[in-house]
Design a binder for this molecule. Structure first.
Ligand code: UT7
Length: 334
């Protein structure tokens, strides 16, 4: 290792391996036309989504997360037993507990790792990488595996056209470690619990434990006030990007690639317009996958690197907003 500590005694931290896993089964907008009163035209023009992936054959979140992790660990040149820490961001854990990170640890054979989950909805990957970064920068752990994995198909009401057309399943993973060049320059997190009811699953927790009544009333399904979330998402993502770029002494024209949460292309277009940033420099994969919550930003980062959209020396911004409300951004020198 050549990296040296900064003035605060912290090590520079970066991504040394990325991976993704998308389930094979594709659900197109035309498939949805046969399930609810919707159209490919409505979904495509209102959201930008054309198709999404959904799990089948009993596959669960930890399976998706483990496959994405295997790819990330291999690209990092590590063996699973060398992983020190596993942080998994998900709102669709395999079960309330044990943590999905422990289930992924077992599937990987990452026997040495400490594991926990993070609940920060669509900003989960940015929240999780922010936590992992502290441990590595302080020298507590040599590396961390950060995963965003979701099976949102298990929490949407497939009879509700307002939500079921928006979401998909998938996973992305990143191995983080000290780096000799570049790395994460800054992270920013924000929250406003006052907006909690705009996007939630009301049932299945301590407030409304699972019962015949919660099932009858559909309280175990995701609920969203789409219009309100839309407006707040544009504001939170725009401000999170502006803030992290400005506070680190950069301007938007120095940012090579912006990788936003992939909920709705109209949210991303509105953010781009407010930032005065060209859409051509924003990485999009929501047309193929829909909104995969915590898996969206990390999968998009992985693909942007695979496709050569992000190269060594580039400045990259990740940004996301999700239920809570929570939001965050991350500035990386690749
Ligand atoms: O992951 C982070 C959180 N999530 C988000 O960021 C999502 C934020 N919200 C959105 O992306 C958008 O608000 C939606 C895509 C959810 C909705 O788009 P919209 O342009 O805000 O539509 P709307 O809710 O105002 O609905 C317009 C119309 C309504 O009909 P009426 O009341 O005008 O007759 C809806 O019932 O479109 C109707 N509609 C649909 N029609 C066909 C809603 N869903 C559908 C559908 N197919 N799937």
């Amino acid at each position: 290792m050549f990296e040296s500590k900064d003035k605060k005694g912290l090590l520079p931290v970066g991504f040394i391996g990325l991976g993704k896993y998308l389930p094979e089964k594709v659900l197109t907008n035309h498939d949805l036309e046969r399930m609810v009163d919707t159209s490919d035209e409505w979904i495509a023009t209102r959201t930008g989504i054309k198709e999404r992936r959904v799990v089948s054959n009993g596959m669960v979140t930890s399976d998706l997360g483990a496959r994405a992790s295997e790819a990330a660990i291999a690209r990092a040149g590590l063996r699973p037993e060398e992983v020190d820490l596993i942080v998994v961001a998900t709102i669709t854990p395999d079960m309330p507990f044990p943590a999905t990170s422990c289930l992924i640890q077992e599937k990987l054979g990452a026997k040495r790792a400490a594991c926990f989950d993070v609940s920060a909805a669509c900003s989960g990957f940015i929240h999780a990488l922010t936590i992992a970064k502290q441990f590595i920068a302080a020298g507590t752990y040599k590396n961390a595996l950060v995963v965003g994995a979701e099976t949102l198909s298990t929490i949407v009401d497939w009879k509700d056209r307002n939500t079921c057309v928006l979401f998909g399943d998938g996973a992305g993973a990143a191995v983080m470690a000290p780096v000799s060049e570049g790395g994460i320059l800054s992270t920013y997190l924000g929250s406003d619990g006052g907006y909690g009811e705009l996007l939630m699953i009301p049932g299945g927790g301590a407030r409304f434990p699972a019962s015949e009544k919660t099932i009858r009333e559909g309280l175990h399904y995701m609920r969203m006030n789409g219009g309100e979330v839309f407006k707040l998402a544009v504001r939170a993502m725009t401000e999170s990007v502006e803030r992290i770029v400005r506070e680190n002494g950069f301007t938007m024209d120095q940012i090579t690639c912006l990788i936003p949460h992939q909920a709705n292309v109209r949210i991303i277009e509105a953010m781009a317009e407010r930032l005065g940033y060209p859409l051509s420099k924003i990485y999009l994969n929501l047309n193929r996958y829909g909104n995969m919550s915590s898996a969206s930003t990390v999968t998009a980062l992985c693909e942007a690197v695979e496709e050569g959209r992000v190269k060594r020396g580039d400045l990259v911004v990740l940004v996301a907003v999700g239920g809570g409300l929570v939001w965050g951004s991350c500035l990386v020198r690749w």
